[in-house]
Write a protein that binds this ligand. Sequence first.
Ligand SMILES: Cc1ncc(COP(=O)(O)O)c(C=O)c1O
Length: 372
Amino acid sequence: MIPVQRPELGEDELKAVGAVFNSRWLGLGATTKEFEVRLKDILGVKHVLAVNTGTSALHLAIEALQLKLGDEVIVPSLTFVASVQAILMAGLKPVFCEVLPETLNLDLESVKRVITPRARVIMPVHYSGLACEMDEILAYAKSRQLRVVEDAAHAFGSAYKGRKVGTLGDLTCFSFDPIKNITCGEGGAVTTDNDELAGIMIPKRILGIENDTWSRYRNERNWSYEVVTPGYRYHLPNINAAIGLVQLDKMGRFRERKSAIVRRYDEALAGLDGLSLIRRNLDDTFPFCYIVRILRGRRNALAAHLKALGVITGVHYIPNHLQPLFQAQRQPLPVTEQLFEEIITLPLFYEMTDGEVEQVVNGVRTFFTQAK
Ligand SMILES: Cc1ncc(COP(=O)(O)O)c(C=O)c1O
């Protein structure tokens, strides 16, 4: 069976984990610091906080804005539930907006329809690695005095008009979970150029303790500590940072191979009647996943056809406004609901062989040519 996604991990990651293992300093420490410095250099951003998941990154980022309970965050319904749970964890209210069918990225016109006087934040989600139209979003946010917290879980390594994702909005959140562009096993990061926001997040990441991060970065621990704010246990441990550091070295290779597979898919699937490609920009995008739209109600039939041929597919994601949790406040989002019937995620991962790529391509093609 060809999976939808799979991390590439090898001897180098094992060796790096072994070194941390032997140091006996597994938690927040010098390796975490090294990972943060590397991310800062790669992205060209002032502050990077490495955390234990992308969800923690989002929660920490939203809380750093110090908003009032019940203030609103506008977020596409078509995102992983983690984006939405982070908003709820911060005591805020998610207000769902539409995405554009051509890109699956946030539709600013729909934001203008759902906005209320309690809106404080827009959360663009850079879907499948393609950056949202950030110039328009940032200009609109400025005009309405909204903060911009980017969910860039899919978009580590991507850029917008040549500017790196991670340097655009007030705060950007990455995920390094097992299937992301690079992995730490589990992990995430928040980036910002804003000193004040970084200052709020640093103690919150480690139980509200103010003076401990710097000594821990040297693999030391203070016996005395000061708790200055409510906080969480969200730091990225040394042991996960060690995996991430090795993956950063491989990032260029990962991107090249995944881009080549995306090019092949786009070329091979273009023009099929009943299949619509998503718009991509491979110059600026580190592609995370490969999604197409299957029209006229045939998506599930294609998934079954591919499964019978040994190809696993996915649907990313079930729109959040359709989840039971939001039933009471549900507003229709017709574009998102339509897209939910159409989207299918085909396998895309670094180690996919050319033969496996052709197996997927042939599977999709035969579905459209034979199963009329
Ligand atoms: C769009 C999106 N946001 C947030 C997250 C959360 O990241 P993590 O799994 O690292 O908590 C994910 C992870 O799948 C995601 O896809």
